[in-house]
Write a protein that binds this ligand. Structure first.
Ligand SMILES: Cc1cc2nc3c(=O)[nH]c(=O)nc-3n(C[C@H](O)[C@H](O)[C@H](O)COP(=O)(O)OP(=O)(O)OC[C@H]3O[C@@H](n4cnc5c(N)ncnc54)[C@H](O)[C@@H]3O)c2cc1C
Length: 423
């Protein structure tokens, strides 16, 4: 009997467990999945809680419900991987042997990495919405906030769902308009990037949308520290941005056990082959979802397409044969823009988000890189798709590889060679 061990029962780990259990013979493969708790969070829902769209209870469910029969769910905190001995140690001394290992422990916001962030203003005038606790605390503050200077801030790239801070800015603009206090709120968007987004065409569109809503862009802002008393964020080039309310995206990092195991880069992401997700250092280790260092968006959609490729390849790999399928970095992201509309971005390693229609040429019905009501309904419907289809490993009608169908590239626009990565 061979052991497939999956670390992390979040989006990627749960999909892998479901897809591989139905493919691998039970007489040959034991599958075990490890997580530190038994609560699965629908993280895209964190964005909506501060604006009262979702209740917290609507975005959490027991993990065990999504783990298929024939896969053992083990609850415990991973302490380290010992790749030389093909085993994983959990806190408390439990040892789990493996023949093949999947690392899917994601990425986590780390406010402890920026001086001053976790000071006396944390969860008072300084907030984040990348955790369950954080988004609920922010909802409490926004409910009675009288107005002032709201600074939305990204510490450093890469972050999971790189469009989420922009969505927060657009939804905040809409929220304050509907409350009738938009004239009392100044919104600033401070980012380490040189524009609103990583890719040039999308950056132009999204930057124009910030401008159109009177949201000031503060580009190239590389934060050194927060001064909680003066209520300013301070950059390495000594720019100071004052705030009354700071909504920050803290530095995102892979799990600390990855560093302890000698498996990560300086942000604890596992270096992998970007087409097969196989660890560069160990042929029987793969990293899926946000845990790897691939130059693609850290997003549930990217995890989904990468898991499809991985599961196609796995049987051949386990037999010692070369892997045939190649992951192209496909990401597919809805961007909420407020007032019941959203944009859709569809891109990969080589092709930046382009305007057009999706999934069909001319017919759509979804619109690429433009605001549409249908895109917004697509985003809200996605929660149902996530719980009922995606996590359970069921097929959804979107191609794994990015398609150029419906995409419009103007000849004057940059070629694929000019595309920058999301990292
Ligand atoms: C605010 C927000 C909005 C988002 N919006 C979107 C969106 O609209 N579309 C989209 O595609 N994506 C979105 N995402 C991103 C998406 O949620 C993640 O990319 C996706 O969940 C990544 O899956 P994963 O399996 O890699 O990691 P996760 O789903 O985070 O799972 C990692 C698992 O590992 C476990 N773990 C970690 N360390 C340990 C340890 N030491 N021991 C035991 N267990 C451990 C955790 O408990 C967790 O269950 C959003 C994320 C956020 C925060």
């Amino acid at each position: 009997m061979k052991n497939l061990l999956i670390l992390g029962a979040g989006t990627a780990g749960t999909m892998v467990a479901n897809k591989l259990r139905s493919r691998l013979p039970r007489s040959e493969w034991k599958i075990t999945i490890v997580d530190q708790d038994n609560v699965h969070h629908y993280q895209p829902g964190y964005l909506f809680i501060p604006f009262g769209v979702y209740k917290p209870s609507e975005i959490v469910k027991p993990r065990a419900r999504f783990i298929p029969k024939g896969v053992e769910l083990k609850l415990g905190v991973i302490d380290r991987v010992v790749p030389e001995e093909n085993k994983v140690l959990l806190e408390g001394g439990v040892e789990l042997p493996y023949d093949q290992l999947v690392i899917a422990t994601g990425t986590t916001p780390r406010p402890d990495q920026t001086p001053g962030l976790l000071g006396p203003e944390w969860r008072h005038s300084i907030h984040e919405f990348y955790t369950y606790e954080g988004t609920q605390a922010l909802a409490g503050t926004l409910k009675d906030w009288p107005g002032g200077r709201l600074v939305i801030h990204i510490t450093e790239m890469p972050i999971k769902c790189p469009v989420a801070p922009l969505e927060f800015a657009f939804l905040a603009d809409d929220f304050f308009k509907k409350k009738g206090i938009r004239d009392k709120v100044e919104i600033v968007y401070a980012t380490p990037l040189d524009g609103a987004f990583t890719r040039p065409i999308a950056a132009k569109t999204l930057g124009g949308m910030l401008e159109g809503r009177g949201i000031k862009l503060e580009p190239d802002f590389s934060i050194e520290r927060v001064d909680p008393e003066a209520k300013t964020i301070v950059s390495y080039d000594e720019r100071e941005v004052p705030f009354d309310l700071l909504v920050t995206i803290p530095l995102n990092m892979g799990a600390d056990y990855i560093a302890r195991s000698g498996l990560g880069d300086d942000l604890n992401y596992v270096p992998v082959d970007k087409h097969t997700l196989q660890a560069l250092a160990w042929p029987n280790i793969f990293a899926l979802g946000d845990a790897s260092d691939i130059p693609a968006s850290k997003a549930g959609s990217t995890a989904h397409f990468a898991v499809d490729v991985f599961t196609e390849n796995f049987a051949r790999h386990a037999r010692g044969e070369p892997m045939e399928k190649q992951f192209d970095g496909h990401a597919n992201c809805f961007v909420e823009s407020g007032d019941g509309r959203a944009l859709l971005l569809d891109f990969n390693y080589d092709t930046e988000p382009l305007p057009g229609t999706f999934p069909f040429a001319h017919l759509g019905p979804l619109g690429l890189l433009r605001e549409k009501r249908l895109n917004h309904w697509g985003k809200l419907m996605f929660r149902w798709v996530y719980w009922n289809m995606l996590l359970r490993g069921r097929r959804i009608p979107i191609r794994t590889e990015m398609s150029m169908t419906g995409k419009v590239r103007k000849t004057a626009e940059p070629s694929t060679a000019a595309v920058t990565s999301d990292r």
